[in-house]
Design a protein. Structure first.
Length: 122
């Protein structure tokens, strides 16, 4: 919802100024007035805002949450790795293998429901 509002805001700004170059890189987060990619001071400000307003969090925690949610929703490790821009799937697996472990537990529970222990005919 938050990102949809931001995308709509960016589209409105782009249309109002008639600038096809506004946010040319199609960044999720960009400078309000120019559409240019945000820089290190912007991230530091955002991280400080998260700490003050939310009691914690950062751009990195949003990135981690984003990847975790994609994996829990069934996206492949390879697809998430590419989306995050990791140079190899091994990097993604190193940090997000806990998500696939959660998936294994869910799969086991599903199989137990389909084939309850002691209820298999042979």
């Amino acid at each position: 919802m938050l990102f949809q509002r931001e995308w709509l805001r960016q589209r409105t700004v782009r249309q109002s100024i008639g600038n096809r170059r506004y946010n040319k890189g199609d960044y999720v987060c960009c400078r309000l007035e120019s559409g240019k990619q945000i820089c290190a001071p912007d991230f530091r400000f955002f991280n400080a805002w998260c700490k003050k307003q939310l009691g914690g969090g950062s751009t990195h925690s949003l990135r981690h949450t984003h990847a975790t949610m994609l994996l829990e929703a069934g996206e492949t490790m390879d697809a998430v790795s590419k989306r995050l821009g990791h140079s190899s799937i091994a990097i993604t697996a190193k940090y997000y293998s806990h998500v696939t472990e959660k998936g294994k537990l869910k799969m086991r529970a599903t199989l137990d429901n389909l084939f309850p222990p002691g209820n298999i005919r042979g």
